[in-house]
Design a protein. Structure first.
Length: 360
């Protein structure tokens, strides 16, 4: 009597069946194949926790239920709604991308990763996520969570700060993709990789005993999952000193300016920013200030406590000068007085929002 030998499930097959029963299946951007919703969630989830994204995702969809409505919105409204989520280039690209979908693709998201990648703010992994979730395209995603899972599974020791090594990992990831029943398997497989990285294969203390692929995982066998991924080149950090002018008028309004389209806090509203105390003071004529305060002496500046704001590559050391004015400060950028009810809905950098909330 011949014995029937059952084929061992592949890595992809194991991941797909694990996701069905143990993965995350109730997030609001799941169970949809609407590329607008999937794309919106993918952009928001870059460098941001799921719990933070939930509220922003709901708010964006309430204001902009379709890509057409997002494209037609004023940039200030988009930046205002994004305020607090950080990494503001994502919001600028999001808006531009919606406009490009309208003008270049007639309001319909393209269906292949290759075409999606031609849109602003959509990199290779985001394009693959949208294409695999919505159109079941056989393409590999590669965000931070996925890199961790795959490098551990294969005990992939090559340094990922070398681009050729990262390219090789992509190739291995492509070879490991599901090969059957792609319509259902591809979305689930992409989700499984994300879920495993977010729930079990954690950066510190991964929960290997609960992992569906621990039997084949090389890093687990070696007893050193936390050694992977290997990335030696660290981001070079720099620091910068900023002087911020917190100018108020008698009505309690604050002077805000729109930042240039590039550089720190690009396209957001901010207090006027200067590189030194001298530059800040020069931007205000003492004569004007004397008139305002009806004093013959120098005006009273209040120096608020200095604070540090940490960006990805840079620490910002911010000094804040507070002064009362009756007229507009003489700064080169276009600005205006904003009442509390109005500035609260603007796109403001998080530290400026905190500063205003705590000092007005
Ligand atoms: S066994 Fe551990 S290290 Fe390997 S993939 Fe699973 S959780 Fe990650």
């Amino acid at each position: 009597m011949s014995k029937v030998v059952k084929a061992t499930p592949t890595f992809a097959e194991t991941m797909v069946s694990w996701q069905k029963t143990h993965g995350r299946n109730h997030l609001p951007w799941q169970n949809t194949q609407d590329p607008y919703r999937v794309w919106l969630s993918e952009i928001m989830l870059q460098q941001t926790q799921v719990t933070t994204v939930l509220g922003y995702y709901a708010k964006f969809l309430a204001h902009f239920p379709t890509v057409a409505e997002l494209a037609a919105a004023p940039q200030d409204q988009v930046m205002g709604l994004w305020s607090g989520l950080g990494y503001y280039s994502r919001a600028r690209n999001l808006h531009q991308c919606a406009q490009d979908v309208m003008t270049r693709f007639g309001g319909v998201f393209p269906q292949t990763a290759q075409e999606l990648m031609t849109l602003p703010g959509i990199g290779r992994s985001t394009a693959a996520a949208v294409a695999s979730f919505c159109f079941s395209e056989r393409v590999a995603i590669m965000d931070g969570n996925v890199k961790r899972v795959l490098t551990r599974f294969w005990a992939y020791e090559a340094d990922l700060s070398v681009s050729q090594n990262e390219k090789t990992l992509w190739e291995k990831a492509e070879a490991a993709l599901p090969s059957r029943q792609l319509k259902t398997a591809m979305p689930r497989y992409s989700q499984a990789l994300m879920d495993l990285g977010a729930t079990l294969c954690l950066p510190r203390k991964p929960n290997c005993p609960s992992c569906p692929v621990r039997g084949e995982c090389k890093a687990y066998a070696l007893g050193s999952p936390e050694k992977f991924p290997v990335k030696t080149r660290k981001l070079k950090r720099s620091s910068e000193v900023l002087w911020l002018l917190l100018a108020l008028n008698k009505k309690g309004e604050v002077w805000l300016e729109k930042r240039p389209a590039t550089g720190i806090w690009a396209s957001l509203y901010s207090l006027p920013v200067f590189e030194s105390e001298e530059a800040l003071k020069k931007a205000l004529s003492f004569k004007e200030l004397k008139k305002t305060r009806k004093l013959s002496e120098e005006p009273e500046w209040t120096l608020l406590p200095t604070f540090k704001h940490v960006l990805t590559h840079k620490d910002l050391h911010c000094h804040v000068m507070k002064v009362m004015l009756n007229q507009a400060p003489q700064t080169p950028a276009q600005g205006a007085w904003w009442a509390q009810n109005d500035w609260k809905v603007l796109g403001l950098p998080t530290p400026i929002r905190h500063l205003l909330s705590n000092s007005l």
